[in-house]
Design a protein around this ligand. Structure first.
Ligand code: HMG
Length: 389
């Protein structure tokens, strides 16, 4: 049975920071951010958007009534969840009016959470071919103002419907993965910003690429020439480029040219959004699928990495007329309707937090164009609204 991605879309908040502005404010040569790191912009979430609303907005745009009836499993990959107990998936299930006989859970392993969800979804569909699974990947990456990780922040979400006979991409069964207990990046439960050993994290990312790619070739006997494109987890776009460069010379001249060209397509959205942790790999996939007319049957490689760390290399096969099922116009509008923040405005938005003492706050939601948003908090309960209902 063919199982894979039937629908896919993303949502980003309405604010962004230009990396040239950030560089000037931080007294850094702009080329370090735009070339050395490979980022042009960074999405910034207002207080009216959190990982729940970002994910719900991403899903809202791809689901129809048939999906709402068929989805019986919601898996929410995130490392910036809003509650240690209740899963973010339950809020989204409610906000989207999904039929009640469903499982809803949250998955965590840094940026790898959504890939775990995707693979589990595949198993669920194999056992229940008529059902559909909603996989959500949503995060707000925060390292803190004036830190070396600041340039690699971002905010956004990807939503995918996983089903049998998918319209966009099937997921193949060959997949190689690796777990190693390392401290390259982590966020203790008492901290709202990540701790990171930047250089070590870069090295480990590349070591994981080498390990799972070598294992994949050994197990499948396939090689680089069998791929139309490879998408990488993109904590910043230069990281993906470095990873591609470690394996590129294994391909013939045509392959090298093709993979480099398609890599450039896969980083267009991330260049302007930044790291959205568990959704980053999938934002790269959407960027590739929307930016390039791939032929049915072509194979795409995907490298997923979640610090701590778990890595996986897996593959998908592009389906006939897949482009008819993408939401490119909506995504283009999300980018063109964004508002650029000055660095002073970004710092103010970054520092705004909801109260943690149980008091009631009603937020000004008039400036948030997203249909689903946080309208306030009362007695430690976030209040959500869906304008679309
Ligand atoms: P840094 O120390 O500020 O930067 O940290 P740098 O000094 O290493 O410079 C970065 C690059 O800019 C270098 O290029 C410089 O040469 C270049 P490279 O040698 O690496 O190719 N550069 C310039 N280029 C052009 N013109 C100039 C110029 N000056 C310098 N004038 C770092 C950078 C990424 C480490 C930092 O931002 C950081 O710690 N970020 C967070 C950690 C991270 O993103 N790690 C990635 C791998 S781990 C991962 O992907 C998992 C993650 O997503 C979390 C999860 O799983 O949940 C993070």
């Amino acid at each position: 049975m063919k199982i894979g991605i039937d629908k896919i879309g993303f949502h980003i908040p309405q604010y962004y920071v230009d990396m040239n502005d950030l560089a000037v404010a931080r007294d850094v040569e702009p080329a370090k951010f735009t070339i050395g790191i490979g980022q042009d912009g960074m999405a910034v979430a207002p207080i009216t958007q959190d990982p729940v609303t970002l994910a719900a907005n991403a899903a809202l745009n791809i689901l129809d009534e048939a999906d709402r009836e068929a989805i019986d499993f919601v898996m929410f990959g995130t490392e910036t969840g809003i509650d240690h107990s209740k899963s973010a998936a339950v809020y989204v299930h409610h906000l989207l009016d999904l039929q009640p006989n469903a499982r809803s859970i949250e998955m965590k392993q840094a940026c790898y959470g959504a890939t775990a969800a995707l693979q589990l979804a595949k198993g669920h569909i194999a056992l229940n071919p008529k059902s559909k699974v909603l996989v959500l990947a949503s995060d707000i990456a925060r390292y803190g103002l004036n830190t070396s990780g600041e340039v690699t922040q971002g905010a956004g979400a990807v939503a995918m419907v996983i089903s049998a006979n998918p319209k966009i991409m099937t997921i193949e069964n060959d997949s190689t993965f690796l777990t190693d207990d390392i401290m390259d990046f982590w966020r203790p439960t008492y901290s709202d910003v990540a701790f990171v050993d930047g250089k070590f994290s870069n090295e480990q990312y590349l070591a994981f690429v080498a390990h799972v790619w070598d294992k994949y070739k050994e197990e499948t006997k396939l090689c680089l020439d069998d791929f139309a494109a490879i998408c990488f987890h993109l904590p910043y776009t230069k990281m993906g480029l470095k990873a591609l460069q470690t394996i590129l010379d294994e391909g013939n001249a045509d392959t090298q040219e093709r993979l480099q060209e398609n890599f450039q397509e896969s980083i267009q959205y991330s260049r302007n959004v930044g790291n959205i942790y568990t959704a980053s790999l999938y934002l790269g996939l959407i960027s590739l699928l929307e930016g390039k007319e791939l032929a049915a049957g072509e194979r795409i490689g995907l490298f997923s990495y979640g610090s701590g760390a778990v890595g996986e290399f897996f593959t998908g096969i592009v389906q006939e007329n897949y482009r008819d099922h993408l939401k490119q116009d909506h995504h283009t509008a999300l980018f063109s309707n964004r508002t650029k923040l000055s660095i002073a405005e970004y710092e103010e938005v970054f520092s705004a937090v909801l109260p943690t003492d149980g008091s009631t706050v009603t937020l000004d939601t008039t400036k948030d164009p997203a249909p689903i948003y946080v309208s306030g908090i009362t007695e430690h309960m976030r209040q959500y609204e869906n304008n679309n209902k």
